[in-house]
Design a protein around this ligand. Structure first.
Ligand SMILES: Cc1ncc(COP(=O)(O)O)c(C=O)c1O
Length: 397
């Protein structure tokens, strides 16, 4: 069958594919430790579940306005004002079926053939494909560990001057865990204003930060910066609500209206019950977020220490999100039995097939030489998985 060309240009999400593969192996009785998943292992907090139960009980089970109910929009507006000090009005806010869907709506409403979109790499797997689907072109800025995986001022300037329409920023970053500082963000905001470039600021990991890292929204640097920023967030990561599918965006009203039109002809409103649960997540007690972050921090420290002790592997300490992104290029050129390791893809295949450990190869994030390990899994799994990884690495010579 001849499929539409647009669908042939993209790939299935590699992170979801690794998770599905590990799940399928487990279903066959193979004991796989999964470091692939991008979702917290904790349950959704009870107060949030109860809000959903109440919504069902009260019959709040029908269509809602396409871009979300006012009560949820107000909760989002208050949350952004409280966290970042930026004021938005209801018509500037829209709720979608996850942050991924909010990002998709932005790219479909804003980009077309002939447009250029800047993406610093390593980047989340979905950005390049969503840009591709819009028909526009990606301008990738490759970064290295030396700059904590952040573009240098010269790289930003060159990319901004390329005639790009927008930049996709992700701080804290998936997969690197890098967090941009206030000064770095201010510099970027100034450049965006100077070159009249939109900033799509994916802040989904904004609550998951460690040590002295500070989460700052790029929308907070004055009216001109706000006018060009789409602040994207959601409840999936901070409240362990990946399955509820609620994400949102606050940004320029004209584009938000266009996105509402798109959503009205595709998904319609996000689930009414999940919207009610999200109001409770955003406005109810926040202790569960703190608890989760303290567990993540303990796991991060443990994982980094173990990885850095393995020959051929080195790992920066991430300051946000829940992933480590070790450099495994020191293993390239080594082999054992039928395995030769010459790429991060080779290494992750070796780990899955030989050690029964699932990680995501760096090329999925446009960063060959690295693999991503999620520490959103129990300490017991982390210990077991790293023991297996260490043993497998020790065989390579
Ligand atoms: C950087 C980033 N943005 C957005 C999302 C999407 O989150 P949601 O579950 O709200 O669609 C993810 C999920 O993995 C992510 O890692």
């Amino acid at each position: 069958m001849a499929l539409a060309e647009r669908v042939n240009k993209i790939k299935e999400s590699p992170t979801l594919a690794v998770t599905a593969k590990a799940k399928a192996m487990r279903a066959q009785g193979i004991d796989v430790i999964g470091f692939g998943a991008g979702e917290p292992d904790f349950d959704t907090p009870d107060n949030i579940k109860q809000a959903a139960e109440l919504a069902i009980k009260n019959g709040f089970t029908k269509y809602t306005p396409v871009g979300g109910i006012d009560q949820l929009k107000d909760a989002i507006i208050d949350r952004i004002k409280g966290d970042s000090g930026v004021s938005f009005e209801r018509p500037e806010v829209m709720v979608s079926c996850g942050a991924k869907h909010a990002l998709y709506n932005i790219s479909q409403a804003l980009f077309q053939e002939g447009d250029k979109v800047i993406i610093p790499a390593p980047c989340w797997v979905t950005y390049p494909d969503q840009v591709e689907l819009s028909g526009s072109e990606t301008v990738v800025i490759s970064t290295t560990e030396e700059t904590d995986f952040k573009p240098t001022a010269a790289q930003w300037k060159e990319a901004m001057a390329s005639g790009a329409k927008a930049v996709i920023l992700n701080s804290p970053c998936n997969p690197t865990g890098s967090v941009f500082t206030r000064e770095e963000l201010k510099e970027l905001a100034d450049l965006a204003v100077e070159h009249d470039v939109y900033i799509i600021s994916d802040e989904i990991y904004g609550k998951i930060i460690y040590d002295d890292a500070e989460h700052v929204s790029v929308a907070s640097f004055g009216e001109e910066a706000k006018k060009r920023t789409f602040l994207v967030d959601g409840v999936s990561k901070s409240y362990s609500m990946t399955g509820w599918r609620i994400g949102y965006v606050a940004g320029p009203q004209e584009v938000i209206s266009a996105m509402n039109k798109l959503q009205s002809q595709s998904t319609s409103n996000p689930t009414s019950i999940a919207q009610m649960a999200s109001i409770e997540a955003l406005t109810g007690p926040q202790d569960s977020v703190k608890d989760m972050v303290s567990h993540f921090k303990e796991r991060r420290d443990f994982m980094c220490e173990r990885l850095n002790a393995m020959p051929g592997i080195s790992c920066l300490k991430p300051r946000g999100a829940f992933y480590t992104f070790p450099n495994v290029s020191g293993l390239f050129g080594k082999s054992w039995d039928r395995w030769s390791i010459n790429s991060s893809g080779d290494f992750s295949a070796f780990l899955l097939e030989h050690a029964r450990v699932a990680v995501v190869a760096g090329d999925a994030f446009l960063a060959e030489g690295y693999v991503r390990l999620s520490y959103a899994t129990s300490m017991e799994n982390i210990r077991k998985g790293l023991d297996r990884l260490e043993e497998a690495v020790s065989k390579l010579s």
